[in-house]
Design a binder for this molecule. Structure first.
Ligand SMILES: C[S@@+](CC[C@H](N)C(=O)[O-])C[C@H]1O[C@@H](n2cnc3c(N)ncnc32)[C@H](O)[C@@H]1O
Length: 229
């Protein structure tokens, strides 16, 4: 059984250098671990799941792929199922930014023992970046994957003294703001379109909270436009 990853998980895999034991937290179907082994990127993967259903699904997929000796599936919450030093790279993909922040916060010694972590948040990216900076992590790389009309951000973070950051680093991203790949540029343009649409639809709202939200979106729009200059 050969695994072909979608663009989102492929962007995650592309951030993982060869030769490291990887912990895939919240693995679900275990596609990423199987790909990492099949492609010779990782010698061993620890795949973890908090829920019984996906845990069993992962066990079955790993067995069907004949990779039981290379992928260990563990049941439990976040990074707490690992000892510091068991893996060099942790992946937290396909989860909300708040969930990713909590998983890291709840197991700092394990998170800090990683060479780096690859995060692929589905929502709340600015909050996640702010939390990472507050916890003392540095965002060392970011990329964008496109799947049809959907855009996904992938980031690599490590425990290092973060450089000073500003609102654009939080909202757009410290690497994305400087990257000019076609995917990143398409992502920025799409963001601008979405925020402009929101602003247009809010212009008739005259309540104080509505005006506050409008001002917030206008501030964000300026930041996204600024990085396109
Ligand atoms: C949407 S799936 C993403 C699966 C895969 N990582 C991907 O990116 O395609 C999110 C998975 O994370 C698991 N999950 C959520 N919170 C978790 C936690 N604290 N520890 C381990 N797994 C968790 C869920 O059970 C679910 O299977």
């Amino acid at each position: 059984m050969k695994i072909n990853l979608n663009n989102r998980l492929l962007a995650v895999a592309n951030m993982i250098p060869k030769g490291h034991v990887v912990a895939d937290i919240g693995t679900d179907h275990a596609y990423l671990p199987i790909y990492l082994i099949q492609e010779g990127i990782s010698p061993r993967v620890i795949a973890t799941e908090i829920k019984q259903g996906p845990y069993k699904r992962a066990l079955i997929t790993v067995r069907k792929a004949g990779l039981k000796d290379f992928i260990e599936v563990r049941l439990g919450s976040g990074l707490k199922v690992l000892e510091a030093g068991e893996a060099g790279i942790a992946v937290l993909a396909g989860m909300g930014g708040e969930t990713i922040s909590s998983i890291i916060r709840e197991a700092r010694p394990v998170a800090d023992s990683m060479e780096f972590m690859v995060l692929q948040p589905m929502q709340n990216l600015p909050n996640l970046r702010k939390n990472l900076y507050d916890m003392g992590y540095k965002i060392i790389d970011e990329d964008v994957a496109i799947e049809g009309s959907k855009y996904y951000v992938v980031m690599a973070v490590c425990c290092q003294i973060p450089e000073p950051f500003d609102d654009i680093d939080i909202t757009v991203g410290p690497v994305i703001r400087r990257k000019k790949t076609p995917e990143v540029l398409a992502y920025i343009r799409r963001k601008i379109e979405v925020i402009e649409g929101l602003i247009e639809s809010m212009k008739t709202i005259n309540t104080a909270p509505g005006q506050k939200a409008l001002a917030k979106h206008e501030g964000e729009l300026e930041m996204w436009k600024e990085v396109l200059k």
